[in-house]
Ligand binder design. Sequence first.
Ligand SMILES: Nc1ncnc2c1ncn2[C@@H]1O[C@H](COP(=O)(O)OP(=O)(O)OP(=O)(O)O)[C@@H](O)[C@H]1O
Ligand SMILES: [Mg+2]
Length: 238
Amino acid sequence: MAGALLEVDGLTKRFGGFMALNRVTIHVNPGERFGLIGPNGSGKTTLINCVSGSLPADGGRIVFEGHDITSMPAHRRTRLGIVRSFQIPKPFRSMTVLENLGIPLENAAHGRAAEGAGAMEILGTIGLASKAHLRPAGLTQIEMRKLELARAMAARPKLLISDEAMAGLSSAEVDDILTILFRLSAQGITIIMIEHIMRAVMRFSERIVVLDAGERIAEGTPDEIGRNPAVEKAYLGE
Ligand SMILES: Nc1ncnc2c1ncn2[C@@H]1O[C@H](COP(=O)(O)OP(=O)(O)OP(=O)(O)O)[C@@H](O)[C@H]1O
Ligand SMILES: [Mg+2]
């Protein structure tokens, strides 16, 4: 597709003899809110690991803004603007919330994006400003998730990949994270949301791709995905 921000074409990833991703293709457009769903173990995080560069692909091609990044080291992909948040938050425990934004901000300043919001401004956008001087141990679960998003924002993403930022949160907290992600989207950031909370993905996404056992089984609008029998079958098998 011409003009896609991210093109993943025929991506294959094996762990030993196990095929975790089998020729998966996804294209994400600039500014899009994109949902990536699928049952546990379907390959969502593996796909993100290959896109961010933390795992090498075994086959296929990954193109970002027209550059082939298939073999590019992870830190260079980050500098191009591909930033992911982790399913399990990994803040620096000995640093305050504010200090946790320092390293990604510094890295971004050495690369593409010297200009942009400062650490306090990012914490404000994410709703964590009042916790700036706490250490991660003093945060609630949702505040930890927000810190993970704030650290991702400090790396100045063009493409933000959110891997299960909402797992284990209450319904009101899910809405809180959704509001933040909509706000980041409105700032022009392209977002891939990986999420098991169907209500949230359906509300957020303009387009959704479904993985099952390492294969892409469906793509469509939330409405189309909601009515797709193959998707229902994949989730029933869980
Ligand atoms: N480093 C690894 N070594 C071996 N197998 C792995 C590795 N990482 C993932 N897998 C396997 O690959 C498959 C896909 O895992 P992945 O974590 O990508 O799934 P997922 O869709 O993110 O699942 P979840 O919704 O539970 O987070 C699983 O069967 C998993 O056990
Ligand atoms: Mg996962």
